[in-house]
Design a protein around this ligand. Structure first.
Ligand code: ZN
Length: 368
């Protein structure tokens, strides 16, 4: 194993729109650059990992293991790459992997596949096909390119050190990857399948992750004679109904409170106080404006779990109906709603069929 791994991290990230260069931006619990460093270390494929950067002070604070060296980068990517090769020459490497720090999502499997292919090839480059249809513009004309003929190259790319060093040293044009040099010099490259997830982070939007919130809800109503029983918006034949200012639908009330909890907007009583306006209101009507607001603000409900706590009626008998109804009222897919029935061993008011309670938990993601 005479492989060396170069991580190019000298870019200024002009398109990233943040004060710090993107390679030091926090992404999935660590700095973008550290994803590449950790994976190259963990692969155990490399004698040395060389980081090329213009933020030496910041990197030296991090106390990396000894197998990691840090050198100052150049003005352009191609300058940094040449500096790296000149530095590595003293170690007489057989193979060198060159990687852009802005691609933190490659897998160790990809590294190993590259290493395997290097045994019989002097250059190995991962590629993926283009999802987009691309046009090529010259001064006076725009051409259509056939998408099927387009190959998008990724990093890490790996090369026989001697070959790469020779052509990099003699290069005149600034190139944005080493594969370009190999192609310009008519050298053969072995292309292997890249990874869709191994995308390059260029804009801050590339790594914005939506936030997920959770909310719980609880409700209990007394059961009284001569009232209709509504659970989850479904009318259920029963000896009593739930008393309340509204129709007393404990399931819908708990759902409303869990939604309000997740989006941090107080509670059901704030929006539906016990005033004349809401006397005998159906709970489906209470849920409606809450859902409209939720959808307007780009929130998306992932799943909803419901505990219905009652001695009777038997939940299993009405489960499908209630889930269907809640799905219709909230827009949550039926298979993302779960309803559990809990009896209370005939204990207390609920056990004596004098009350029904409900608790819910909901997960909601906010998209920009
Ligand atoms: Zn209630």
């Amino acid at each position: 194993m005479n492989n060396y791994f170069v991580i190019l991290a000298a870019g200024k990230s002009k398109r990233f729109n943040k004060k710090i260069p993107k390679q030091f931006f926090n992404y999935r619990n660590k700095e973008i650059i550290d994803h590449s460093i950790e994976k190259s270390l963990n692969s155990k494929l490399f004698k040395k990992i060389l980081v090329v950067s213009n933020n030496l002070k910041h990197l030296k604070k991090k106390k990396y293991p000894k197998s990691i060296s840090i050198i100052k980068g150049g003005k352009e990517r191609s300058d940094s790459s040449l500096k790296a090769l000149k530095y590595l020459k003293r170690f007489k490497p057989k193979n060198v992997f060159i990687h852009d720090a802005a691609r933190p999502n490659f897998s160790i499997r990809l590294l190993k596949n590259i290493a395997k292919n290097l045994k019989n090839n002097k250059a190995v480059v991962p590629i993926i096909s283009s999802k987009d249809t691309i046009k090529y513009k010259t001064q006076n004309q725009i051409f259509n390119l056939n998408r099927n003929n387009l190959l998008l190259t990724q990093t890490p790319q790996a090369y026989r050190f001697e070959e790469l060093y020779k052509i990099t040293k003699n290069q005149k044009n600034k190139v944005t990857d080493e594969a370009t040099l190999f192609i310009n010099n008519d050298f053969k490259i072995k292309f292997i399948p890249g990874e869709k997830a191994n995308n390059k982070i260029t804009y801050i939007d590339d790594i914005k992750t939506p936030k997920t919130f959770y909310g719980i809800g609880f409700d209990i109503h007394k059961l009284v004679k001569n009232k209709k029983l509504y659970l989850g918006g479904v009318k259920i034949p029963f000896h009593s109904g739930l008393e309340g200012h509204s129709d007393g639908d404990v399931i819908l009330h708990a759902i409303i409170d869990s939604i309000l909890g997740a989006i941090r907007k107080k509670d059901i009583g704030t929006y539906f106080p016990n005033t004349r306006q809401f006397k005998n209101i159906r709970s489906t009507k209470m849920l409606k404006p809450i859902m409209i607001n939720l959808n307007k603000s780009n929130f998306f409900i992932n799943n909803l779990d419901i505990n219905l706590i009652c001695q009777k009626p038997r939940v299993s008998k009405y489960r499908d109906k209630i889930i269907k109804s809640v799905s219709k009222l909230t827009g949550i897919n039926e298979n993302q709603i779960n309803l559990k029935g809990k009896t209370v061993e005939k204990l207390g008011l609920i056990g004596k069929e004098k009350a029904i309670a409900c608790e819910t938990i909901i997960s909601i993601t906010k998209y920009d």
